[in-house]
Design a protein. Structure first.
Lengths: 501, 111
């Protein structure tokens, strides 16, 4: 079923009486899209909380104005945008709320914002400077997961195939191509057979999402198919919404009973060739660091390490190949340029200039590194930042879209708020091609952000990534890096970690 | 939202019908406050017909609880629909209130 429908925009007066009007439109759209009753209530509730926050906190007392409510139904779910030009957003002013803390529950401060966070799948705050601010709520359509449709006998079969993974097998004939629409269920089954229910990107377990994401270009799936039509393996190019022109190689797996047939190599090569033909700047992958296996595989395709995101997610048991016993895991970002930028000009902070140069050199690029006088940077306008959160892995992202005179205060207050909300790690994304990065990066490091690495992109979208650990001490011995350069990068990052053991 | 009020022996039973939200929570606050002012010590809120509640409504439930608790009274909720119970659970309210399956059970437990 294709749920793509046109956007609806409402301009609502900043009066509480109008909340039900906005809510009713959101509710009816959710009904049309096929959400369950219990999910509709959550969407309605999050909408009410977000609107009442705007009406009560964004405007001066007595000010009569309006704000925008935009409802965007798409194939995977509903997106609700709330945009106003009121008082700038200071996330640190939202009181923290912990349902397990009796005192905080009794005070009920911050309850509304807490409920928004609980009831939507993605929450984005965008500070637009002079243009005001925007809150984006997103809720997945509750498509059926593979576990809802898989039979008991298939579950048993999957377990058996995992157990027999290491038994010797004869050669199997197969072909490699893009996934057909009707194969999404089999791809989800294959993911389940390979990983159980532990794969980090849960979309893979929802056949309808896999199908729709392929339809709308968020995902390009490649499969290895046996002569009898069975899906043996899968790999995908994941195109992120905030496209840095460098899609991710992900959702890579081969049914254990077909491992050793070369599926991963052939399907990945086809994907990389297609990406090259499409003139993509490059591809990146995230390598798990609880074991070096996936890094080793991806390294064979010419990928090299550019960053290590510490404590980036909840550790999952990858059916026996995880050896770590810590609760959180780190990933290494591994990049391969396909069409490297011709003349990349970057403005790294002085203290990380050498390592950044070495990272670029390691992926085959000689960037044009500019030294500038910091006094030359004078900013008069307001900053634009975007805050996004990942509530599965408990991480937050602060993305500096435009530097302004208030950038240090804005990043500081956003950091405090994300810490209050108990996000474990906060990543700060800074544009390497913006000369203000060289000036302000040391300011952010005074807040205990420290170096994570770089995220190359196309058309000057390269980013310097800093990371902040919210009361979490990394055991660097358990961060297993495969490559020599990656280990050098790890030592560099460790030397900058203000909380290292 | 509609609120039906009745007195059963020395217990005030408030039956909420419909939605409690930012636009109407004041009405519930008013009725609760009136009863507390009249020295009513036993209040049951029957939520079996309440199909929506946001943080504004939850706060009023909490205010009532604090006031009745301060005078050692009984403040019970009953009949929470499944989706409403989920909101109470997530908010941590389930551990604060005494919640019963229905009005009859709540009445039996008034001391």
């Amino acid at each position: 079923m294709n749920n793509a429908r046109p956007k609806i925009k409402l301009i609502l007066p900043n009066k509480l009486d109008y909340i039900p009007l906005g809510q009713s439109i959101v509710r009816e759209m959710a009904v049309i899209m096929g959400y369950k009753k219990s999910e509709i209530l959550k969407i309605e509730l999050a909408t009410e909380e977000a609107i009442s926050n705007i009406i009560e906190h964004s405007f001066a007392p007595g000010e009569e104005t309006s704000f925008d409510l935009i409802i965007e139904p798409n194939s995977n779910g509903i997106k609700i945008y709330l945009k106003d030009k009121g008082i700038p957003f200071d996330p640190s002013e939202i009181p923290k709320y912990n349902p397990e803390n009796h005192k905080e529950v009794m005070a009920a401060k911050g309850l509304g914002s807490f409920l928004i966070k609980e009831f939507v799948d993605e929450l984005t705050y965008l500070n637009l400077g002079k243009e005001g601010k925007e809150i984006i709520l997103f809720k997945y359509l509750n498509n059926k997961s593979i576990l809802d449709v898989i039979s008991e006998s298939d579950i048993k079969k999957a377990k058996k195939e995992r157990q027999e993974a290491r038994l010797p097998k004869g050669s199997v004939k197969y072909s490699v191509r893009k996934m057909h629409q009707d194969e999404a269920v089999d791809v989800s089954k294959c993911a389940y057979t390979t990983y159980g229910y532990t794969y980090v990107h849960e979309d893979i377990y929802f056949p309808e999402r896999v199908r729709e994401m392929n339809n709308n270009g968020e995902l390009v799936s490649y499969v290895s198919v046996a002569e009898n039509g069975e899906i043996m393996g899968h790999v995908a190019l994941e195109i992120e919404e905030r496209d840095i022109g460098m899609p991710q190689l992900g959702m890579a797996f081969v049914n254990p009973k077909y491992q050793g047939q070369g599926c991963m190599k052939v399907q990945s090569e086809l994907m990389i060739d297609d990406a090259k033909n499409q003139k993509l700047c490059g591809i990146y992958a995230r390598g798990i660091t609880t074991h070096p296996y996936s890094q080793r595989v991806i390294g064979k395709f010419g990928f090299n390490d550019t960053a290590i995101f510490l404590s980036s997610g909840v550790e999952r048991d990858y059916k026996g190949i995880s050896e770590g016993d810590s609760k959180r895991e780190s990933v290494v970002i591994i990049v391969r340029y396909l069409h490297p930028p011709k003349n990349l000009i970057i403005y790294p902070p002085k203290n990380h200039k050498n390592i950044i140069k070495r990272i670029y050199n390691n992926i085959g690029l000689e960037p044009n590194i500019k030294d500038i006088s910091l006094q030359e940077i004078i900013l008069n306008h307001e900053s634009v930042i975007k805050i996004t959160t990942d509530n599965v892995n408990f991480v937050g992202f602060i993305n500096v879209i435009e530097y302004g005179k208030d950038i240090v205060e804005k990043v500081n207050s956003s950091l405090k708020e994300l810490c209050n909300q108990r996000y474990e790690t906060i990543y700060l994304k800074l544009k390497l091609c913006d000369l203000s990065t060289s000036k302000y990066s040391p300011e952010f490091e005074k807040m205990n952000f420290f170096f994570a690495g770089i995220m190359p992109g196309s058309e000057n979208k390269d980013e310097l990534i800093l990371q902040y650990l919210n009361n979490y001490i990394i055991d660097y011995d358990k961060v297993m890096i495969n490559s020599e350069f990656g280990n050098e990068l790890k030592e560099y990052i460790k030397s900058k970690d203000p909380y290292k053991k | 939202m509609e609120i039906k009020e009745q007195k059963i022996n020395d217990v005030i039973v408030l039956e909420i019908l419909g939605r409690v939200d930012t636009t109407n929570y004041g009405k519930l606050d008013e009725i609760l406050s009136d009863n507390i002012t009249k020295n009513e010590k036993n209040i049951i809120i029957d939520c079996s017909e309440m199909d929506y509640i946001s943080s504004s409504g939850l706060r009023i439930f909490l205010t009532g609880f604090k006031k009745i608790n301060a005078i050692n009274g009984n403040y019970f909720l009953c009949g929470l629909q499944e989706s409403i119970k989920e909101i109470f659970d997530i908010s941590g309210f389930t551990s604060i209130f005494k919640i019963f399956v229905n009005q009859e059970d709540a009445l039996k437990n008034i001391t």
